[in-house]
Design a protein around this ligand. Structure first.
Ligand SMILES: C[S@@+](CC[C@H](N)C(=O)[O-])C[C@H]1O[C@@H](n2cnc3c(N)ncnc32)[C@H](O)[C@@H]1O
Length: 375
């Protein structure tokens, strides 16, 4: 089988994670390279002897990269939604491809005892269209992480509103992507909580919006809308809750900025990869801390999310930062959850300014809200 066909086949089966290893040249800088897919955004991690470098690519760019990687590495071990690949390439370019199909039954029986908030998942037909549950009503093992993620998110939203005795709720999901969360939350609020909801999923990708609109029609979901557009350009009246899950890089800032402009009562945001501060952080005081890429990367993410949370506190929100899912599952596991109380926390702004003075950066949400220092 040709490499071209193998790459196309792997994409068609939907990548979960891939590892290229065993380079042809001993001197190769990166000993292994991994590719992880979150909703068709690909995180590439390059492992040298001592460091890991990350970058984020589109599907098109990832395909192109895979061609190069097949020329550099002898081995690919990959997990796709339908099974596992083991591919070996020799110097002459001969390819040995092994594929073992996934059995779907395993996960559910292992986890039967766990109480998921979406305990009625077998009745949620939409989860079959989203390829989270199989036609035999089992959670598809390669999608189990996704299933856990949406359960936890729904649980944390439920916990935020549980004492508010709501009859109606208008929600906007920014960067909704394939909308696993949007559909699951909608189903939960309508069928389990019996709240009258109006939900909007917003995304830049026209194709996912069309697919989601088709599913909405198929299931006759009322008041569930998908809009193709940029977060920046969306205007919706009287929104009660803004949610976002892994809205890439500064898209989380755009989402928080809209939520603040609309003065929504509830904000639930799980940020994604973060590149903005990484390029800027500089500190006389902590110079040696920023010598190590991985530490600098984590510092950048932590400072960004501290700033975002401080902005919400300063703008009158009672704000929590909580672990969303355990870190063995995903490093993008921090949730910013907030409720509007109209209490301005001035110390939060002092903290932002102190961080900017110490680490010397501009940050998108600060810029959009016109607060903090201009560096
Ligand atoms: C990593 S995906 C997450 C999808 C989904 N929330 C989930 O976790 O299942 C991020 C999504 O944000 C969307 N996005 C990024 N920037 C955006 C913007 N400025 N406006 C609207 N959507 C955006 C992307 O198109 C992508 O579908």
């Amino acid at each position: 089988m040709k490499i071209d066909n193998i790459i196309n086949e792997i994409f068609e089966e939907e990548i979960v994670s891939l590892t290229f290893s065993n380079p042809f040249k001993k001197s190769e800088k990166f000993k292994k390279i991994t590719i992880d897919n979150i909703d068709n955004m690909y995180t590439i991690s390059e492992y040298s002897e001592t460091q890991v470098f990350h970058k984020h690519l589109s599907g098109f760019e990832t395909k192109r990269l895979m061609h190069e990687l097949f020329e550099t590495y002898k081995q690919l071990d990959g997990k796709v939604v339908t099974g596992n690949y083991n591919i070996r390439v020799n110097k002459k370019g001969n390819v040995l491809r092994r594929f073992s199909a996934q059995t779907n039954q395993v996960i559910e029986s292992h986890n039967r005892s766990k109480n998921y908030i979406l305990s009625n998942y077998k009745e949620m037909e939409i989860l079959k269209d989203l390829k989270i549950v199989s036609h035999d009503n089992e959670i598809i093992s390669t999608m189990f992480d996704k299933f856990k993620q949406i359960n936890k998110y729904v649980e944390l939203v439920d916990d935020l509103i549980k004492n508010d005795d709501l009859e109606k709720l208008k929600i906007v999901d920014f960067g909704s992507g394939k909308s696993y969360l949007t559909f699951a939350l909608y189903e939960y609020l309508v069928n389990v909580k019996q709240i009258e909801v109006e939900v909007y999923g917003i995304d830049l990708k026209e194709s996912v919006i069309k697919d989601n609109q088709a599913l909405t029609e198929k299931y006759g979901y009322k008041n569930l809308n998908f809009i193709h557009g940029d977060i920046n350009d969306i205007e919706i009246d009287n929104v009660d809750m803004m949610i976002s899950l892994h809205a890439c890089d500064i898209a989380t800032d755009l989402a928080l900025n809209k939520a603040l402009a609309w003065k929504v009562k509830y904000i639930v945001a799980v940020p994604c990869c973060q590149n903005e501060l990484y390029k800027q952080l500089k500190s006389d005081q902590f110079e040696k801390m920023l010598d190590f890429n991985i530490i600098k990367e984590r510092m950048s993410a932590l400072i960004t999310d501290t700033v975002r949370s401080n902005v919400l506190q300063y703008k009158g929100y009672n704000t929590q930062v909580i672990e969303y899912i355990d870190s063995s599952h995903s490093l993008k596991n921090l949730m910013i959850r907030a409720r509007f109380t109209n209490h301005t926390d001035h110390k939060a702004l002092d903290n932002i300014i102190e961080l900017q003075n110490t680490y010397n950066f501009n940050q998108k949400l600060l810029e959009l809200q016109n607060i903090g220092l201009k560096k």
